[in-house]
Design a protein around this ligand. Structure first.
Ligand code: SAM
Length: 236
């Protein structure tokens, strides 16, 4: 794995140290062990974990400034938040998920890898982003594979500071972008960049959508837990 991960990370201009490779190795081992007891991922092959979880998570590193404060909304088994933390020790990371058992797993990985300046919150984004110490407090908000873009904008943009960036990681979903544009605007955001990439050494398509927080999110958002996914903010 070490060579494979190191080489693939190099293609993203990331040079992994021996310690970082060990941390990824430990993370993968824990992921596979815990996955036998609780549902964390459908991806269990060693190389696939490297490519589809670790390398995929690292594709957004170039958008994350050193020393920034980042929240990963709907982090699940820690993607993309933990891989980013491993390669960028200076960032302050909050991992948020609504499933308690996933939080137990994340806390174990954090402890076993001795990661610092990283914490987990168990809760729903709709509730947590209403707390004053979380609302509009983050430089960077990231989310992968959590919801459609309109729903995700409502779950994520309230966490971003004005001037901050929401980085949304998607497969190949053109229609969602059009459908999400109005929601993004209503919530104070603006699409700054859409980058289409292939995961290094694969034919797997990914879309990275960077949304700048231009204005404060109006107080009525997010709506009550569950509403953003049942009734996403629609087109005008
Ligand atoms: N981001 C991870 C990844 O890419 O592997 C996990 C993706 S998983 C499909 C979606 C995760 O989002 C689940 O762990 C779920 O518990 C969490 N989730 C869904 N809705 C949420 C909400 N409103 N607030 C917090 N977490 C949520």
């Amino acid at each position: 794995m070490e060579t494979n991960l190191k080489e693939l990370a190099n293609k993203l201009e990331i040079n992994l140290s021996e310690e970082q490779l060990e941390q990824f190795f430990c993370y993968r081992k824990e992921l596979k062990e815990w996955n036998e007891k609780i549902n964390l991922t459908a991806i269990t092959d060693d190389n696939e974990i490297v490519v589809k979880h670790f390398i995929d998570s690292l594709t957004i590193k170039k958008y994350v400034p050193e020393d920034s404060k980042l929240i990963d909304v709907g982090t699940g088994a820690g993607f993309p938040g933990i891989p980013l933390k491993i390669v960028m020790p200076s960032i302050d990371v909050t991992l948020l998920d609504s499933l308690q058992k996933r939080i137990y797993f994340l806390e174990d990985v954090i402890a076993k890898n001795g990661l610092k300046k990283i914490r987990c919150i168990h809760g729903r984004a709709e509730d947590v982003s209403r707390e004053t110490f979380n609302r509009e407090q983050y430089d960077i908000v990231v989310a992968r594979a959590v919801a459609n873009l309109a729903t995700l904008a409502e779950l994520c943009l309230p966490f971003a500071k004005v001037g901050g960036l929401f980085i949304c990681m998607k497969g190949n979903k053109e229609d969602e972008i059009d459908e999400g544009k109005n929601a993004i605007q209503v919530l104070g955001g603006e699409i700054e960049k859409i980058e289409k990439i292939k995961l290094p050494s694969t034919e797997i398509d990914r879309t990275i959508i960077c949304i700048r927080k231009e204005k404060h999110t109006p107080n009525e958002y997010p709506r009550k837990a569950g509403v953003p996914s049942k009734k996403p903010i629609g087109r005008i």
